[in-house]
Design a protein around this ligand. Structure first.
Ligand code: ASP
Length: 298
């Protein structure tokens, strides 16, 4: 499919979706916010950051408020932004901030660095004026508790159990045909403290280049190993985005990687797919909103 002008696509994570209606509603809010900005001539970067911020503030998503907790009960979050021109900013294992995506953007605009982690990232957020904010929810605590009670390996809990509703991401194309991507994640429940997922690793969970941009979700370790985001965007040099994503995900499936992604190619071709049983996603193009729930009914 091809959009002639503006567009935004968001995902709310791949895996098993427990509450499809809540996910659809949350995605619609994020998409409408991002698209409204695009209609007001905002840049793709502004649109994706705004859309992701909406999802970070919605506790049903695994990012910002509602983030999954580490084995020791902390919300360590990863987030990143990237533009088609190669500008990138990311934070990983950041704690006690309401919107990691806004901090990631500050890393891009206010520093010469690409990626900041842990205490350094949290200190940087404070210096940039982001107040201390506890993102822990009862629901996330219960998820961790259940995992502990089930007695799974503390170092690698069963994938099916931890892949519930995941990371969020947004990719947009603005009126100047510029692309940008933003991804934000609360990681995987019960992971070791200090574990870094794919989200803020350039070329893995978040990637944009001259040929396209994608945001990934799923099991971070294989996504990083495969450099899934870069693989998909590289394929867009010669192929439409939808085919590029299908091929990148075929390789992921072959490697038994549980994942999904959404994006646009440089011509505005929209793309999405997943190797997991499900993925929540939606997009707005030509003033029309499309949600994954409608897809299932077709
Ligand atoms: N990709 C995230 C991670 O591995 C998790 C997710 O997408 O649900 O940290």
């Amino acid at each position: 499919m091809r959009s002639s002008a503006l567009g935004i696509i968001c995902h709310g994570g791949s895996g098993v979706i427990k509450d499809r209606q809540a996910a659809a509603q949350g995605l619609a809010q994020a998409l409408e916010q991002g698209y409204r900005l695009l209609r007001q001539s905002a840049r793709a970067l502004d649109a994706v950051v705004a859309a992701v911020k909406v999802m970070e503030d919605n506790p049903i998503f695994n990012c910002g408020t509602g983030s999954n907790l580490t084995l020791d009960g902390k919300a360590e979050m990863d987030a990143a932004v990237m533009t088609q021109k190669g500008r990138f900013g990311g934070v990983c294992c950041i704690t006690d901030v309401r919107n990691p995506i806004l901090v990631a953007r500050k890393v891009m605009t206010e520093t010469d660095h690409l990626l900041m982690c842990g205490e350094g990232a949290t200190d940087f957020a404070r210096k940039m004026g982001f107040e201390k904010h506890d993102v822990t929810t009862e629901r996330a605590q219960k998820r961790l508790e259940r995992l502990r009670q089930e007695g799974n390996s503390p170092y690698f809990p069963g994938l099916e159990k931890m892949m519930k509703l995941g990371t969020v991401g947004a990719v947009a194309i603005d009126k100047h045909s510029q692309l940008a991507v933003a991804t934000s994640s609360g990681g995987i429940t019960g992971r070791l403290p200090g574990r870094v997922g794919d989200t803020a690793v350039i070329g893995a969970g978040t990637y944009a280049g001259p040929s396209g941009a994608v945001s990934c979700t799923g099991h971070g370790e294989p996504i990083m190993r495969m450099m899934l985001g870069k693989d998909a965007v590289d394929r867009m040099k010669t192929l439409p985005g939808s085919i590029a994503v299908t091929l990148a995900l075929s390789e992921a499936r072959r490697q038994k990687a549980l994942c999904g992604m959404v994006g646009f190619d440089a011509r505005g071709g929209i793309c999405f797919g997943h190797t997991t049983p499900d993925m929540s996603y939606g997009y707005m193009v030509g003033d029309r909103l499309f949600l994954f729930t409608e897809d299932k009914k077709k």
